[in-house]
Design a binder for this molecule. Structure first.
Ligand SMILES: [Zn+2]
Length: 335
């Protein structure tokens, strides 16, 4: 016979679903979609890229069957707790890749749609790849890996030696480990360590296919009617692993930096990585204090006006063809 607590545990998802249904009926709901890149690249271990042809198909599906909100429409509905229209969708992008300007923007403009782009500002104009892409370049696609390596700096420890040095298995596990270690480091320390690794791993040259926007590109980008900008920290750390001061520096600092870069106020923010392990109550308090109107996280779920505008959910979009995208988005609305 089930214990009282297991009955309660079993009921929890049902109660959650019913509550969500009730809130959706009362307030309507909106699927916020999360993209990163619109481009075609040969390797993509984090599945961040959507091919331009597929992105075009996604927008065609959205225009035909959904109500894609402008950013000010979304603000009005969420912040004034109004009812979302049926089939409401908001488009968002994280990070600030150059392809957002070169590939995604023209497609959005052709369809007359708008998206909210969250920018990790230290990467803009750096001429360097985003740090997770640097790890891919150094460990997964590097033809000049040294045969022996013993590297130790702070929490970053990498060791291998011949024979069988840096086999594909070892490369893969080192890459995965370093992604986990480096997301928890303060951005300045991670940058120092990456600088040393570029030298010892013989991999200093950034791939032109993986660049963030230059300052000029960001400025031109910000002038498009299809583009609204938000901040996404300075160096893209997992905020929950930083001290309160470091978090404040990353959150408020990226708002200020972006405002200086584009010369307009910045009202929006999204957490790097954005899962429940990447932000905490301090992060949420600091985001409110910085004056953002709303803040996006990265866990699946529908947004409605009964939900807090801080840490709202989003659905990750992958490189789906149009029909697959259509099925996936229907599934989002059925949850
Ligand atoms: Zn990001």
């Amino acid at each position: 016979m089930p214990s009282g607590s297991s009955i309660k545990d079993g009921l929890r998802p049902i109660v959650h679903r019913l509550r969500h249904r009730r809130d959706s009926l009362l307030c309507g709901s909106c699927a916020v979609l999360l993209y990163h890149r619109v481009t075609e690249i040969p390797t993509d271990p984090q599945q961040l890229a959507v091919r331009p042809a597929h992105f075009n198909e996604h927008l065609a599906v959205l225009k035909k069957n959904y109500h894609v909100l402008s950013i000010t429409e979304f603000d009005e509905l969420l912040l004034k707790r109004k009812k979302f229209p049926p089939n409401a969708v908001l488009l968002t992008f994280d990070d600030g890749y150059a392809d957002n300007h070169l590939e995604a923007r023209p497609i959005l403009e052709r369809h007359g749609l708008q998206a909210l782009f969250y920018i990790a500002t230290d990467h803009i104009g750096s001429g360097r790849e985003f740090w997770w892409d640097e790890l891919e370049r150094m460990f997964l696609v590097n033809d000049n890996l040294p045969m022996d390596l013993a590297f130790a700096r702070d929490r970053v420890r990498i060791n291998w030696s011949a024979p069988g040095a840096a086999s594909s298995v070892e490369r893969g596990s080192t890459y995965e480990n370093q992604l986990n270690v480096m997301r928890r480091l303060p951005s300045a320390l991670r940058e120092e360590i990456l600088g040393e690794l570029r030298v010892v791993l013989n991999s200093a040259v950034a791939r032109t296919t993986h660049l963030p926007m230059s300052v000029e590109q960001l400025r031109a980008f910000s002038g498009s009617p299809s583009v609204v900008l938000g901040a996404h920290t300075l160096g893209h750390p997992s905020l929950a692993h930083l001290s309160s001061n470091e978090q404040q520096h990353e959150i408020a600092g990226s708002k200020r930096a972006l405002e200086v870069l584009v010369g307009m106020p910045v009202k929006y923010f999204s957490y790097p990585f954005g899962t429940g392990a990447d932000f905490n109550a301090t992060t949420e308090a600091l985001a409110r204090e910085a004056g953002f109107l709303h803040v996006a996280a990265n866990y699946p779920g529908m947004v409605h006006a009964r939900r807090s505008p801080i840490s709202f959910p989003r659905y990750l979009v992958r490189d789906w063809e149009g029909p697959q995208f259509s099925k996936e988005i229907q599934r989002f609305f059925r949850r």
